[in-house]
Design a protein around this ligand. Structure first.
Ligand code: XMP
Length: 481
């Protein structure tokens, strides 16, 4: 037996000592960082791969704000890949492989497809992919005959404005304006559909100047995979759908299973950006680094909905885990993602100062408009549900989805949950939450006398806190309004 003498520390155990600052305005600091070896972010925030946090809507909002989302893996592989596709299609100058329908498709079918895919229009093509018309949500919104073919309500070929493949952004903008249209199908030399430009996407380009984008101008998105044998197929589907990174994610990431999965993905999928975790020790980082990852996710048990430390008695307080893992990662030039336990912008500053390149947020984002699931009213308050991915509810949901009705007879008492289900206050749009968090981070950088995250990491000096210091740190001796 070995007992470490140094106490493990977490966010509330420390403060950052203020330092002389060259920063005149919070706007002068640079919050950019790396998510993984080859993916940079404008803000160091990642949304968690939990089923109450990240699906396409969240990932789109995260990437627009300059962060990134990791689509969770607790849904069938094809559906997870569809979420990735949705993000990749959400915003690019050109939709390369636009969704199409044949002229004989019914209005009802088209209406449902537009809604399911979250798109505002579809090009109608013949058997050789030559456009014969275009159909927008307005064409089907109040169409009285749902069984009619779309050819009767679409804008027909004669009135369709198209452009050749290879058109520039400026030329496209001019055509859209000249014809007062919102969608511009692109044709190859044979007159077949080769892409689609939408006015909305051009507007969005300007609205989100710091968005996380790939080389083709599409929003970036990561997606989680597990370590079971059939997860390789999931990984292949996610990469085919355009995922920018795979995140091999299991609760105890420092395991033979994880290392084997990392090696297998490297072998079979080449140089896909690969993140793995979660670990809480330097050795965990080294083993994953040697297996070939591009970033390591750190955190065993700090999460708001985690009970791993209570159930399994295992974990490392998060600030110590980050510091030790970051130190080990430096030698491999690997970014660390601090995952779990972040409640405030102050915690983000501390995690980054301790060496993390980015932070992963779960419950802090679970209450936003863009997280999966509806809001409910509890005691007069609007709330959203969040849950640990190892909670009883999440485990039951997974089993039911995978094995159907048979699982009703299952002996659920044998499940040992390592997470809880809870509600969090509804917080509105994720962009607004991120703005507050990044504002706090900018302020934190300035207090550390740093113009960017690397400078803060080099200069950071932590001071340990007593419970009295902690009490002094929050509002005290006043009545909250
Ligand atoms: P926060 O504090 O941001 O933490 O809500 C989110 C992270 O918690 C992890 N997670 C779990 N950990 N049991 C655990 O021990 C669980 O059921 C569970 N579900 C999620 C995960 O790393 C997530 O990003």
């Amino acid at each position: 037996m070995r007992i470490r003498q140094e106490p493990g520390l977490t966010f509330d155990d420390v403060l950052l000592v203020p330092q002389r600052s060259p920063v005149a305005s919070r706007q002068d600091v640079d919050t950019s960082t790396r998510f993984s070896r080859h993916i940079t972010l404008h803000i160091p925030i990642v949304s968690s791969n939990m089923d109450t946090v990240t699906e396409a809507r969240m990932a789109i909002a995260m990437a627009r704000a300059g962060g990134i989302g990791v689509i969770h893996r607790f849904l069938p592989a094809a559906r997870q890949a569809a979420e990735v596709t949705r993000v990749k299609r959400a915003e690019s100058f050109i939709v390369e492989d636009p969704f199409t329908l044949p002229p004989e498709a019914t209005v009802a079918f088209a209406r449902a497809e537009l809604a399911n895919r979250g798109i505002g229009g579809v090009v109608i093509v013949d058997g050789e992919r030559r456009p014969v018309g275009i159909l927008t949500t307005r064409d089907v919104l109040f169409a009285p005959e749902a069984t009619q073919p779309v050819s009767l309500v679409m804008t027909p070929r004669e009135r369709l404005v198209t452009a050749p493949q290879g058109i520039s952004l400026e030329q496209a903008r001019a055509l859209l304006h000249q014809h007062r249209i919102e969608k511009l199908p692109l044709l190859d030399v044979q007159g077949r559909l080769a892409g689609l430009i939408t006015a909305q996407d051009i507007v969005k380009l300007a609205q989100h100047p710091h968005a996380s984008k790939d080389a083709k101008g599409r929003l970036r998105v990561a997606a989680a995979v597990g370590v079971r044998a059939d997860e390789m197929e999931r990984a292949q589907m996610l990469v085919a759908a355009g995922a920018d990174a795979l995140v091999v994610d299991i609760a105890h990431g420092h395991s033979d299973h994880t290392i084997e999965m990392v090696r297998r993905i490297r072998r079979e999928l080449g140089d896909i950006e690969l993140v793995a975790g979660n670990v809480a020790t330097a050795q965990g980082v080294r083993d994953l680094a040697e297996a070939g990852v591009d970033a390591v996710k750190v955190g065993v048990g700090p999460g708001s909905i985690c009970i791993t430390r209570i159930v399994a008695g295992s974990g490392v307080p998060q600030l110590t885990a980050i510091a030790e893992c970051a130190e080990a990662a430096r030698q491999f030039d690997l970014p660390i993602i601090a995952d779990g336990g972040i409640r405030t912008s102050g915690d983000i500053v501390k995690a980054l100062a301790a060496g993390a390149a980015s932070v992963m947020l779960g419950s802090l984002l679970a209450g936003t408009e863009e997280s999966p699931g509806a809001t409910v009213i509890r005691e007069g308050q609007k709330v959203k549900v969040t849950r640990g991915m190892a909670s009883l509810g999440a485990t039951m949901g997974r089993e039911l989805a995978e094995r159907g009705e048979d699982t009703f007879d299952q002996d659920w008492e044998k499940v040992v949950p390592e997470g809880v289900e809870a509600v969090v206050p509804y917080r509105g749009a994720v962009a607004e939450v991120l703005e507050q968090l990044v504002g706090g981070l900018r302020s934190g950088l300035s207090y550390c006398g740093a113009r960017n995250i690397a400078e803060m990491q080099a200069r950071a000096e932590f001071i340990q806190m007593t419970p009295a210091g902690m009490r002094e740190s929050g509002p005290h001796d006043v009545k909250p309004l």
